[in-house]
Design a binder for this molecule. Structure first.
Ligand code: GDP
Length: 435
């Protein structure tokens, strides 16, 4: 899904704009329970296009030099992660020095940018409208987020700038991997190790606007792409201490990947932040592998391995499907096996089973353990079908949705997992009533 990032000074109306687009005019497509995502991130739909909208703003700095440095950070995040950048300005006034500086950064990045003048509450071009041409970002689009004016036209402009989907499928056979985890867990080290040991493919991936920050490489004949590695390497440029920024980075990297390596520090053990990060990957429906890094630092005996694994299973009870690997980015221990695991879980993530075989398995499961009933009415599952992959999603057609209790769905999931290889990927169910 393409990523659209909103950038702008404090008070130009970013949040109002964001809520308009995410909340009202278009539906929020994804609303999975579990880890609640900040409102900085929403899955949106316009006409036939789906995209992810992120708001890079939100932290309101006080002094003007802080504003500027923070806007540079915002803009850098947008440049690193977005397909299309919406640069929001205060249309009530002419542009400011900070706007000029951001415009310069955006221009140099060569990313598609839509310059937007917000707060144009009456449909009349203000005198300073023409000033904005000097930002070098083309014709400004006028909107009023408060009155929801001009938003449809703006969305039309935005979706026109999305990468061509035909071009995107060219990179399809590559397995896209992102490395996520708290600061200092060893993400950059692992990226460098992987890239250092494998042939980096120099040719550009056609049609994506992200060539500069994604690293394509090949291992054992299989093409891979490491997502957002530039963001990792250029760490010092963006203040990673601002939690929101690192969340945006993490979420966008996850969104664009097939497989998430969830890094955990072997020495430190599992922290709350690890759980949050893992929750994002799970919620996004991606294939995942727990990667316990810095394994070289542990004093090990013959129980260490199993103990650690047991703790992971306990602490990440909602992700029993994700394999656990113990590596050292420093020594390179098991780093190549990690890539083999990535191929494996990525295949499972894309596994499709035929309706016939699926229903055989479910019928057998239902015979073994009767569906629940309530007030004399028993759940009937007429039939099931796998509607999609990445993640595997099953639709169950039933007589009464209310009867399809979570625990029974869980049971069916386990039966499916027993019969088919979905290791490494979450499985989703959608229950539909059929008269
Ligand atoms: P990032 O913030 O997640 O990108 O973490 P870095 O890759 O910058 O690593 C943080 C620190 O941990 C650095 O000092 C690395 O040298 C060190 N480090 C990373 N991986 C390993 C490892 O497998 N073993 C050991 N002993 N140190 C590591």
């Amino acid at each position: 899904k393409p990523i659209v990032a909103v950038v702008g000074r404090p008070n130009v109306g970013k949040s109002t704009f964001f809520n308009r687009i995410a909340g009202k005019r278009i539906s929020i497509v994804e609303d999975t329970p579990g880890v609640t995502r900040d409102r900085i991130y929403a899955d949106c739909e316009w006409l036939t296009h789906q995209f992810t909208l992120i708001d890079t703003g939100g932290i309101e700095p006080s002094s003007s030099d802080v504003i500027l440095s923070q806007m540079r950070d915002q803009a850098q995040i947008a440049i690193d992660t977005a397909d299309v950048i919406v640069f929001l300005c205060d249309g009530k006034n002419s542009y400011t020095t900070a706007d000029e500086e951001i415009a310069q950064m955006l221009r140099v990045s060569k990313k598609p940018v839509v310059l937007v003048l917000n707060k144009i509450d009456q449909y009349k071009k203000p005198d300073h409208f023409y000033d904005y041409y000097s930002l070098g970002l083309g014709e400004p689009v006028m909107i009023s987020s408060v009155n929801a004016m001009g938003l449809g036209d703006l969305l039309d402009d935005i979706v026109k700038l999305f990468p061509n989907e035909d071009d995107m499928t060219e990179a399809e056979e590559s397995i896209k991997i992102c490395l996520i985890g708290k600061p200092n867990v060893g993400k950059s080290s692992l990226v460098n190790k992987i890239i250092g040991e494998n042939r980096v493919i120099v040719s550009e991936i056609a049609g994506t606007t992200r060539d500069a920050i994604d690293t394509p490489f090949e291992y054992d004949g299989q093409p891979f792409v490491l997502i957002d590695t530039a963001g990792l390497r250029r760490k010092s440029r963006v203040n990673e201490n601002i939690e929101k920024y690192s969340i945006i980075r993490t979420l966008t990297a996850i969104e664009r990947s097939d497989v998430c390596f969830i890094l955990i520090d072997a020495e430190e053990g599992i922290t709350d932040q690890d759980k949050k990060v893992a929750g994002y990957a799970h919620d996004a429906g991606k294939a995942s592998i727990f990667v316990v890094n810095k394994w070289d630092l542990l004093q090990k005996d013959n129980t260490t391995f199993n103990e650690f694994k047991r703790t992971i299973r306990e602490q990440f009870a909602y992700m029993p499907y994700a394999p656990v690997m113990f590596v050292s980015a420093l020594t390179g221990q098991r780093v190549m096996q990690l890539l083999e695991q990535a191929i494996y879980v990525s295949n499972n993530h894309a596994l499709r089973i035929s309706t016939g075989v699926l229903n055989d398995v479910l019928n057998e499961a239902m015979a073994l353990n009767q569906p629940p009933s309530d007030k004399g009415k028993r759940l009937k599952i007429y039939y099931a079908t796998q509607a999609s992959v990445k993640p595997p999603t099953f639709v169950l057609f039933v007589n009464d949705k209310e009867l399809a209790h979570f625990s029974y769905i869980r049971y069916l999931e386990n039966q499916i997992r027993k019969n088919f290889n979905y290791e490494g990927t979450p499985i989703l169910f959608s229950v539909k009533e059929r008269g």
